[in-house]
Design a protein around this ligand. Structure first.
Ligand code: HEC
Length: 171
């Protein structure tokens, strides 16, 4: 058998098994929505929001920047940290659309609801607006983008988080 044919055969066998695998295993989601919010969107947006009051260029590096717990003072700090946090918010928004994710009260994250998808898209867009603002290094632009970000978070929270009874969250 020629090498080319063999490569073809092996290639197609591999892609078939990868497809089987993808179909057999639904994505495993370990974090509740609350944990995801606290672990990702909350810290990332705080880095972005910080640039409203302080000029990231003036934030000194930590004593050991490679171990810094504040991204602004880290090796990848200052304006770069603001840019990367904005990008992270936009990219991580995809995680909010995974089937199988639960809210802290055990209710499924309502990924099938049209308004949920709209709020998630709002977050992606806000992340992009934030990124564009961070790239200008202009704090007036950051102020505007922070308003967009706050609105994107609040739109969804108003509908799905702010409930008198926590059991009603995500419904
Ligand atoms: C698409 C909807 C949606 C968007 C957009 C969203 N959140 Fe959330 N968030 C929720 C829901 C729903 C909860 C409650 C989850 C639960 O109880 O499991 C929550 C919970 C949280 C919590 C935990 C609150 C607590 O009391 O423990 C924080 C912090 C948070 N969000 C921050 C943010 C920030 C900051 C943004 C914007 C950058 C944001 N969220 C955008 C839906 C959203």
């Amino acid at each position: 058998m020629s090498r080319a044919v063999l490569a073809l055969l092996v290639g197609s066998a591999m892609s078939t098994s990868l497809m089987d695998l993808a179909q057999a295993q639904p994505p495993v989601v370990h974090a509740t929505l609350n944990q995801l919010m606290r672990g990702t969107f909350y810290p990332a947006s705080n880095v972005f929001f910080a640039a409203q009051d302080l000029n990231p260029a003036d934030v000194p590096h930590a004593k050991d920047p490679s171990m810094a717990t504040d991204p602004l003072t880290s090796t990848f700090g200052k304006w770069e940290a603001v840019e990367n946090s904005a990008l992270a918010i936009s990219e991580l928004a995809d995680l909010l659309m995974r089937p199988g994710q639960k809210c802290s009260n055990g209710v499924d994250v309502p990924v099938g609801n049209a308004d949920w998808a709209k709020f998630v898209q709002g977050l992606r867009d806000a992340g992009m607006t934030a990124w564009a603002a961070a790239r200008t290094k202009d704090q007036d632009k950051i102020l505007d983008a922070a308003g967009v970000m706050t609105t994107a978070c609040a739109n969804c929270h108003r509908k799905y988080r702010e409930k008198r009874n926590p059991a009603d969250r995500c419904k």
